[in-house]
Design a binder for this molecule. Structure first.
Ligand code: G3P
Length: 214
């Protein structure tokens, strides 16, 4: 299972990358805005640190605008993945870009049929937002299971990238369902590692070590 960080904050990305278990990065306009930096600065910082796929989102909502933005974004690096919203023109752009060999991450997916259409358009990744579904009393992880099943039925190559992950249980269920990727906020990456029994066990080992005659 691949682990991406869902962040545009270079300090978070660097710290996660230093652990050696980071496979890629996803960003979105809200995450970029939070940094207070220009988009170009953010992109260059991230690409200096990460070799794996880095998703950069277009902000145009029409086909021509998306294609223009994608043309500019791919120039930043070979590992750039174009993130495109799951709207009609977005599907059209996904098809056109994937036909040209450009990797597309189709974002803002909230239904299994949206995911099916994105796969048919050649998306490299589909990003279903589980946390935002949970927020409105829908079962976000049920959507992941449905997409994994549908893609399995028809052998689609599109990778299921679980997005809007809010807690370690989302990650656990995604892994059990066989999702290809989870993109996880920095805070949740920390939660994946932490266990109180590990901490107290280590404390005890270190205290006992002090008693060993030196
Ligand atoms: O990057 C897309 C997605 O992960 C956003 O998550 O927490 O804003 O719903 P969130």
């Amino acid at each position: 299972m691949k682990l991406f960080i869902d962040s545009a904050d270079i300090n978070e990305i660097r710290e996660a990358a230093e652990m050696g278990v980071l496979d890629g990065v996803t960003t979105n306009p809200s995450l970029v805005a939070k940094t207070g930096k220009t988009f170009e600065t953010v992109v260059k910082e991230i690409l200096e640190v990460v070799d794996g796929p880095v998703s950069l989102e277009v902000v145009s909502t029409d086909f021509e605008g998306m294609m223009r933005e994608a043309d500019d974004l791919v120039k930043y690096g070979e590992n750039v993945v174009i993130k495109i919203p799951l709207i009609r023109d977005g599907i059209k752009a996904t098809k056109a870009l994937s036909d040209k060999g450009v990797k597309v991450n189709v974002t803002l997916c909230f239904s299994p049929m949206q995911a099916l259409i994105a796969a048919k358009a050649g998306a490299a990744y589909i990003s279903p937002f589980v946390g935002r579904l949970d927020d409105i009393s829908h079962d976000g992880m049920e959507l992941i299971q449905q997409i994994v099943d549908i893609y399995g039925n028809y052998m689609f190559d599109t990778e299921v990238l679980v997005a809007s992950v809010r807690n370690p249980i989302h990650m656990l269920e995604a892994a059990l369902m066989g999702a290809d990727v989870a993109t996880v906020p920095f805070k949740v990456i920390g939660q994946l590692i932490k266990h109180p029994l590990t901490d107290s066990g280590l404390q005890q080992f270190l205290a006992d070590w002090e008693k060993v005659p030196k």
